[in-house]
Design a protein around this ligand. Structure first.
Ligand SMILES: Nc1ncnc2c1ncn2[C@@H]1O[C@H](COP(=O)(O)OP(=O)(O)OP(=O)(O)O)[C@@H](O)[C@H]1O
Length: 304
């Protein structure tokens, strides 16, 4: 991760700030009462079940939709209202809209013409890594190949903030691994803030230094990954061992063994084998337990 920029008072500058943010489609709320802060330079994993509001949040941040209530600030500005933000952010939508009749080369040329900070070497490198012929038309590419071109455009733009909506979902495992590496390398080199939604939780391991878990349009987990992991323990033990009910996120019983995810970093009853959960274990436990209390450490992290 790049070093977060700091304000005059030494606190990290925020890339995204949501305050009581809500968005409704007709009468149904897709997001409601969302408070979160994502600092500049963070790589934030945006996770949640289907229909939980991830794409809605990203399209709000990209300025393609407006909040129905509350406020969203992106790099200190209001998306949609401030034209300058369009240059400073890049959005890769889930359906990766590109012009089907243009060739790959023409698509990159358009990127160069539209973006003053265009980085041709990075964009071409991403396309060549996938062995895409420059003269292929976009409409004749496979879904995964189009994704590669969309990511080449986004990274070529040299934006300060990348908003990526399930960018890796149709890539083969090698392409996913390569492109994630390229993405993280570029982000680290330039201090880019990345907000990346995914259903592949393992994709975030060792990559996402911040987390935003939304469920039913509400924020359930938000804050630095290390801090969130460190606030939990995974307990394994025999059935019947005591648990403080106030700390339980999830309890699972398999045969005579019990596994529990608890929100504590203090002492637990004797007999439990105590571990810090992996990111996968933590996120899955929260996704399986919609009634577990939310944890938001992001609000106090930066001066918003
Ligand atoms: N254009 C729209 N019109 C009406 N309702 C919408 C629209 N877009 C999204 N919704 C609703 O808003 C809610 C959140 O949808 P959203 O696409 O943000 O979820 P998501 O977390 O990105 O889901 P997925 O993981 O399936 O991509 C859903 O209930 C969805 O039906």
């Amino acid at each position: 991760m790049g070093e977060p920029r700091v304000g005059d008072d030494g606190t990290p500058e925020a890339a995204l700030v949501g305050r009581s943010l809500g968005r409704r489609y007709r009468r149904r709320w897709a997001l409601r009462d969302c408070d979160f802060v994502i600092p500049t330079g963070a790589v934030c994993g945006l996770v949640g079940p289907n229909g939980s509001g991830k794409s809605t949040l990203l399209t709000l941040a990209a300025g393609l939709r407006q909040p129905s209530e509350g406020e969203l600030r992106v790099l200190g500005l209001r998306p949609g209202a401030d034209a300058e933000l369009r240059e400073r952010t890049a959005f890769v939508a889930q359906d990766k809209p590109l012009y089907p009749r243009l060739t790959v080369a023409e698509t990159l040329r358009l990127g160069r013409e539209l973006n003053p900070r265009w980085d041709q070497r990075t964009a071409v490198g991403i396309v060549e890594q996938g062995r895409l012929p420059m003269d292929s038309r976009i409409g004749e590419l496979s879904g995964g190949q189009r994704t590669r071109v969309a990511l080449a455009l986004a990274l070529g733009k040299r934006a300060e903030l990348l908003l990526l909506d399930e960018p890796m979902s149709d890539l083969d495992p090698l392409a996913r691994h390569q492109l994630m590496g390229t993405l993280m390398g570029e982000a680290a080199e330039h201090g880019t803030t990345v907000v990346i939604s995914t259903h592949i939780l393992s994709e975030l391991d060792g990559v996402a230094d911040h987390l935003l878990l939304v469920d039913g349009g509400r924020v359930r987990l938000a804050g630095p990954t290390e801090e969130i992991l460190d606030a939990h323990r995974l307990l394994r033990g025999a059935e019947g061992l005591p648990l403080d009910p106030g700390t339980i996120v999830e309890v699972r019983r398999t045969g005579r063994a019990t596994t529990a995810l608890v929100r504590t970093n203090g002492p637990v009853a004797d007999g439990w084998q105590v571990e810090t959960p992996s990111l996968d274990e933590l996120l899955l436990a929260y996704l399986r337990s919609p009634e577990a209390a939310s944890l938001n450490t992001s609000r106090s992290e930066v001066a918003a």
